[in-house]
Design a protein around this ligand. Structure first.
Ligand code: G3H
Ligand code: 13P
Ligand code: ZN
Length: 326
């Protein structure tokens, strides 16, 4: 295998078929971020055991952390591991939040089957031009491309219509037509990380902007929509972390019922990273506190991996609805 490799040589799939089925079937394909072996083993096991299609995604930071050659073989290992478990599930290797043409090209060349070009911070026309350039290159290799319109709120932002960080539905048709993207990430009130909303005492998590999602769907019916920042920040994990010396007061995420609603409509890819991080951190903290004599990483990482498998199966079965959809 030379320096350049096509994703089909690794046994991977692009998102096209996955998304077509998800749009028609009223569910979302899970996109789980990974950086290391145990996370990937848990993703493969959880998705194989629930018979779910899956997108394994790598951020720029994860790519720097794990090394792109290592990642390529890990992805190939994931495919073969799933097959060894008797699962016929499609696995897509996706670049999460690509920030330049060069990075997207490097990923296409190194065996990724899908890339995201995130030009959402750019002025509209620049976002269009950059996204189009990535699409032209990626489609030459049958690699699918995700674009983004609208900026996800940061924790400091006031999520309100006035700040206009939400996706503007009037732009989506033009963007999709001009760029040729295969899917579109939109901003309807989710945000990255474990602190998605600053709630005062007694305040409830605000509802996502389903009105914007509906309007987007009306303008580009059947087009695959992606939801970033979609972790639920499961309170049980936050409690364990805080109990065993962590400091995560005020961590809060997107309620599962809202994600189920989004998944049953136009949203066909849901990105989850923080929930996995929380599960692993909670279980490692718990294990370390309860087994102070232990120093074999396999013990605490294995314990955390078991929880991650449980979490992934729960997401696929009860939240995204992707279980049994291959
Ligand atoms: O969208 C961001 C993902 O959660 C990846 O985060 O850049 O820390 O790897 P990261
Ligand atoms: P969370 O931080 O909510 O898990 O979002 C992850 C994400 O959107 C990765 O692109
Ligand atoms: Zn994201």
């Amino acid at each position: 295998m030379g320096d350049s490799v096509h994703f089909t040589e690794l046994g991977l799939a692009n998102t096209r078929e996955m998304f077509k089925k998800a749009v028609n079937g009223g569910y979302a394909v899970p996109a789980y971020n990974f950086n290391n072996l145990e996370q990937l083993q848990a993703i493969v096991t959880g998705c194989a055991e629930t018979n779910s299609p899956v997108i394994i995604q790598v951020s720029k930071g994860a790519r720097d952390y794990a090394d792109q050659t290592m990642l390529r073989y890990m992805a190939m290992g994931a495919v073969q591991m799933a097959q060894g478990m008797g699962a016929q599930i499609p696995i897509c290797l996706h670049l999460d939040h690509g920030d330049s043409f060069e990075l997207c090209k490097a990923c296409v060349d190194s065996g990724f089957s899908s890339v995201m070009i995130d030009g959402s911070h750019l002025p509209y026309e620049e976002n269009v031009a950059l996204t189009k350039k990535v699409v032209e290159y990626a489609h030459g290799y049958d690699v699918s491309v995700e674009g983004e319109l609208g900026v996800l709120a940061g924790i400091e932002d006031e999520v309100s219509a006035e700040t206009s960080t939400y996706t503007r539905p009037e732009e989506v048709e033009d963007f999709v037509k001009k760029t040729g993207v295969d899917s579109l990430a939109i901003s309807i009130g989710t945000s990255h990380g474990a602190y998605k909303f600053k709630l005062k005492d007694g305040e409830e998590v605000p509802e996502l902007r389903f009105d914007i999602l509906n309007e987007v769907e009306r303008r580009i019916p059947g087009f695959p929509i992606v939801l970033h920042g979609a972790s639920s920040v499961i309170p049980e994990y936050v409690q364990i972390i805080n109990k065993y010396g962590g400091k995560m007061e005020g961590a809060v995420g997107i309620p599962e019922a809202q994600l189920r609603r989004a998944a049953s409509g136009a949203v066909c890819k849901i990105n989850i990273d923080s929930d996995g991080r929380l599960a692993v951190t909670a279980k490692i903290r718990e294990y370390m506190a309860e087994h102070p004599e232990e120093f074999d990483p396999r013990k605490y990482l294995g314990y955390a991996r078991k929880e991650l498998i449980k979490l992934i199966k729960h997401k696929n079965e009860a939240v995204l609805g992707s279980a049994g959809r291959v």
